[in-house]
Ligand binder design. Structure first.
Ligand SMILES: Cc1cc2nc3c(=O)[nH]c(=O)nc-3n(C[C@H](O)[C@H](O)[C@H](O)COP(=O)(O)OP(=O)(O)OC[C@H]3O[C@@H](n4cnc5c(N)ncnc54)[C@H](O)[C@@H]3O)c2cc1C
Length: 428
């Protein structure tokens, strides 16, 4: 039986990053992946439109994100996209308009709470509170908080009432990626295909059991037993929470506390392809407080195609997931008609294809990405902590020293776990 230096569980961004570092340092590794593909919550589709469409992660967040260096090394290209700086807002009755064309009080309110959010790291908050309570302290309520939920909490795949300020502050201080955003012109999958090194990956291999604590780790998947000196676990927190991987012996109680502390909410995209672009070419981001709260344009700056997408999370995504697909897509089209100021019949005539993507229904993701409720901010470093110099933890939820919830956070967490594994597990 082969004895690996490291078995890595999961071939998403974190697992591939850990794999690459360990492989390049000459260790024998194996990745066990439940799906039949690499990428996990990065999933580029090439059938829906002439351009690659991101069913999962779409943007690179930050001009200095580690992902940017990889894009350059892989000789791929990015398309810069300004979203918040180019926001168009709708009151739900009128078409979405740039902030400068909104009524004065609304313009001031939106600008002010976005500034209050930016100032969060300077806030004096000895007790952790929710983002909603922090903003309430600044005098916002009612419709203002509803708007903040759309513009701030939806991005974090959370409700504004359940988002820890201490965790947000930690992230804002730790993330050095900067502010610019972009898409990868060729698609995220091209980056991962380049990034993946020449190590073995067993696909269709969901791990069910991990035996640890002796001098070897035994990983059991679909009746096969894999033996290694160490193991790096990169599966989403939802998979650790639902107990589909059994640890023998059980994980320490504080680790189990950390696992249970996270919340992972639904994340859903509604994507539409039209026969021609029915919106002006500068449109990058529209939002309102309706069910389909946030919209953007995957075909922005590409010319060839006309694709627009709604991305919602948490309760909104749950509601949309609870409808049949056709009804969900019709609601999207109806709200889009208001946002664009185009008759519904015209949109219905022009739409060529549409699709709903529900990540909560994906058995190996079971949601979008993890967030931390108020009072639980210690859970990230605890989740990341190695156990017995034998089990190492990576994945976006563990990214306490960078920006979790992102691809670059996942990649950095994989690198961190690989370094810990090399330095602590003495696999020389
Ligand atoms: C809809 C959506 C939009 C997003 N948009 C962005 C964005 O624009 N920009 C951005 O930076 N980030 C975005 N993200 C977040 C980003 O996708 C994730 O943070 C990142 O991809 C997570 O990588 P990971 O390796 O930690 O986890 P994953 O990608 O989930 O990888 C874990 C792997 O483990 C596998 N697995 C699960 N269970 C088992 C098991 N029992 N045995 C073996 N393998 C298993 C899974 O199949 C998966 O391949 C988005 C996420 C979603 C869902």
């Amino acid at each position: 039986m082969t004895l690996y230096d490291v078995v890595i569980i999961g071939a998403g961004a974190a697992g591939l990053a850990a794999g690459r570092m360990l492989y390049e340092s000459g260790r024998s590794i194996l990745i066990l992946e439940a799906r039949n593909r690499i990428g996990g919550r990065i999933h580029t589709n090439t059938d829906f439109a002439a351009i690659p469409i991101e069913f999962g992660a779409e943007f690179i967040h930050g001009d200095h994100a580690v992902t940017m260096d990889l894009v350059k090394a892989a000789r791929l290209h990015t398309i810069p996209v300004v979203r918040m700086g180019n926001l168009r807002w709708s009151d739900g009755k009128n078409p979405a308009r740039p902030l400068t064309r909104l009524p004065d009080p609304l313009q001031k309110t939106l600008t002010a709470f976005l500034q209050a959010y930016e100032q969060l790291p300077q806030a004096n908050l000895p007790q952790d509170v929710s983002l909603a309570d922090y903003l309430r302290g600044g005098g916002w309520s009612g419709n203002d908080l509803a708007a903040a939920d759309v513009l701030l909490a939806q991005t974090c795949c959370a409700s504004i009432e359940n988002l820890s300020c201490h965790d947000l502050i930690r992230e804002m201080k730790a993330d050095t990626a900067g502010h610019g955003e972009s898409r990868i012109r060729e698609g995220y999958d091209k980056l991962l295909n380049w990034y993946r090194a020449d190590y073995p990956i067993e696909f269709n291999s969901p791990v069910q059991e991990i035996h640890w604590g002796n001098d070897r780790v035994k990983v059991i998947s679909a009746g096969h037993i894999y033996t290694a000196r160490t193991c790096i676990i990169t599966v989403p927190i939802s998979i650790l929470q639902n107990g589909s991987i059994r640890f023998t012996p059980s994980l320490p109680s504080d680790k189990q506390w950390a696992i249970n502390a996270f919340r992972m909410e639904a994340a859903t995209k509604l994507i539409y392809r039209f026969c021609e672009r029915l919106w002006d070419e500068n449109l990058t981001f529209m939002a309102h407080t309706g069910l389909t709260a946030r919209w953007w344009t995957p075909s922005y700056s590409r010319g060839e195609d006309a694709v627009i997408a709604c991305y919602i999370t948490a309760e909104r995504a749950q509601q949309i997931d609870g409808l049949d697909e056709t009804t969900a897509l019709e609601i999207g089209l109806r709200e889009l008609s208001t946002l664009l100021g185009i008759p519904l019949s015209e949109l219905q005539k022009g739409v060529l294809a549409y699709k709903r993507l529900s990540w909560a229904a994906d058995p190996f993701a079971r949601g979008g990405y993890a967030h931390v409720p108020p009072g639980m901010a210690e859970c990230r470093p605890l989740l990341a902590r190695p156990e017995a110099s034998q089990l190492f933890f990576a994945g976006e939820a563990t990214a306490y020293d960078t920006n979790p919830q992102t691809v670059h956070g996942a990649i950095e967490s994989g690198g961190r776990a690989a370094r810990e594994c090399l330095s602590r597990a003495l696999i020389v």
